[in-house]
Design a protein around this ligand. Structure first.
Ligand SMILES: [Mn+2]
Length: 457
């Protein structure tokens, strides 16, 4: 007996609003069938949930599904499927596209029957009705299950009891199960515990898992192949593939993990903008990095053009708006022949980079002074006088908080600024208060007070 175990095909998954990206999921699905289902004389094929990316299936996606399913049907390979969290039936309707495909003879959707009294009833596949919870093919008894989500730990023991009642001594038992398993994903939601899963050990000889988009195996008994394609860029490094499984006379499963089918390549690179003088230099640096790290794509028949994500990190020393992100994207795209380039600006404007490295135990007073000084020093015109100006700001704040009249505060600012200018030997002794030289630092200082006040709140 030989079968193919796949999961998480996610047909209809659309990313970056790219038509080509939607087709990637179809290409992977079709390639798996042509390369690994048709030539292998399979007894059946398993799809362990999330065949579709959504329970709402658009016409193009249904075409993609049927093209593949028709190939399998013509080759006489039965397809057994279960629902996943993405394509499970609606709670308020008995209709779903998976149920329709099952009715139309393209696949067999295996579903437990929910008992009104609680628990599940497992009924054998009815070829007339085209419904059922389990089916016998080539020495195997294959069971389906639903998506139980966070209640998997409660549902699995109940399901195990139903399986026990429907088991057959002489058959090799397979269970398709779409679930997150403890320790495989770093999510706060409770996953199915390994102990609960192992309660199936005496009943099931092969658990065909789906849901987690990366490969993992538990004791060569519960196997998760991963999705066919990366559903988000965060998954691009994960191992994804399919299992070709052969059950020998000894009832032992020989599994072969296969990754040889078409998938879109991804490249992810990051560029640190800290200390880079201007936008042109950022542009040049990024393009240089792309040139070094991403191979130019020329031959589509060899592999698909990559999708590239460029992240800008660090402290940006000038205004964000000066960065020409679109030009960066276009140049990187042209240089590499990529299908799509995303540029994410995750750099922090340098104006927020204040009080860097300040001792965590610093007093509120020290903290305040340091923030103000950094804010003033950011402006190269006042850098030299930052310490004096900080004194002035702190004093002005103190006066303001003690309800001193505004004129008094203004006088203090005027005096102090004049004094600083004189001690610096500045020639402009008769400079008036409303020259930019004076008003700008005042505004900066007042902004600093305001920011600081906000920070303290
Ligand atoms: Mn999935």
């Amino acid at each position: 007996m030989k079968f193919l175990h796949i999961a998480d095909v996610h047909l209809g998954c659309r990313r970056y609003n790219l038509e080509e990206r939607t087709k990637d999921f179809f290409r992977a699905w079709q390639d798996v069938i042509i390369k690994h289902a048709l030539p292998n004389e399979l007894d059946f094929m398993l799809i362990a949930g999330d065949f579709f990316n959504s329970r709402k299936v658009d016409p193009q996606t249904m075409n993609h599904a049927i093209i593949g399913l028709q190939l399998l049907k013509d080759a006489g390979i039965p397809v057994l499927a279960i629902e996943g969290n993405h394509d499970q039936h609606d709670a308020i309707s008995n209709f779903s596209w998976l149920r329709s495909l099952s009715q139309w003879g393209y696949l067999k959707l295996l579903e437990p029957v929910q008992d009104p009294a609680g628990g599940f009833r497992l009924v054998p596949w009815d070829e007339e009705e085209r419904t059922g919870s389990y089916i016998d093919i080539a020495g195997a008894r294959i069971f389906g299950s639903h998506w139980y989500g966070t209640s998997a730990n409660v549902a699995i023991p109940v399901l195990a009891e139903s399986i026990r009642l429907a088991s057959s001594e002489e058959r090799f038992h397979i269970l398709m199960l779409h679930t997150d398993v403890e320790g495989q994903l770093n999510r706060p939601l409770p996953a199915l515990s390994i102990a609960k899963l192992k309660a199936l050990r005496s009943l099931i000889q092969y658990v065909a898992l789906g849901h987690t988009h990366k490969r993992f195996e538990l004791e060569g008994w519960a196997l998760n192949p991963g999705s066919l394609e990366a559903c988000s860029i965060d998954e691009y490094r994960e191992e994804r593939g399919i299992y070709l499984v052969e059950i020998g006379r000894d009832q032992q499963a020989q599994t072969c993990y296969i990754r040889d089918f078409v998938q879109r390549p991804f490249a992810r690179l990051s560029f640190d903008v800290s200390g880079v003088v201007d936008a042109a230099a950022v542009q040049e640096g990024v393009i240089e990095k792309v040139r070094r790290e991403v191979k130019e794509h020329t031959d589509e028949s060899e592999s698909p053009a990559p999708i590239i994500e460029i992240s800008l990190r660090g402290h940006l020393g000038f205004k964000n708006s000066l960065l020409e992100l679109n030009r960066m994207r276009d140049e990187a795209c042209e240089l590499t022949g990529a299908l799509h380039v995303m540029v994410r600006n995750q750099s922090v404007p340098v104006e927020y980079a204040v009080a860097v490295g300040l001792d965590v135990n610093a007093s509120r007073h020290e903290r305040e002074r340091r923030i103000i000084e950094d804010l003033i020093a950011r402006d190269t015109r006042f850098r030299e006088r930052a310490r004096d100006m900080t004194e002035l700001v702190v004093e002005a704040k103190r006066l303001a908080l003690s309800d001193e009249p505004p004129t008094m505060i203004l006088d203090l600012i005027a005096q102090k600024l004049e004094l600083t200018e004189r001690t610096e030997g500045d020639a402009a002794r008769d400079e008036t208060l409303d020259t930019p030289e004076i008003t700008v630092p005042t505004t900066t200082a007042l902004n600093a007070i305001e920011r600081n006040a906000i920070a303290e709140v």
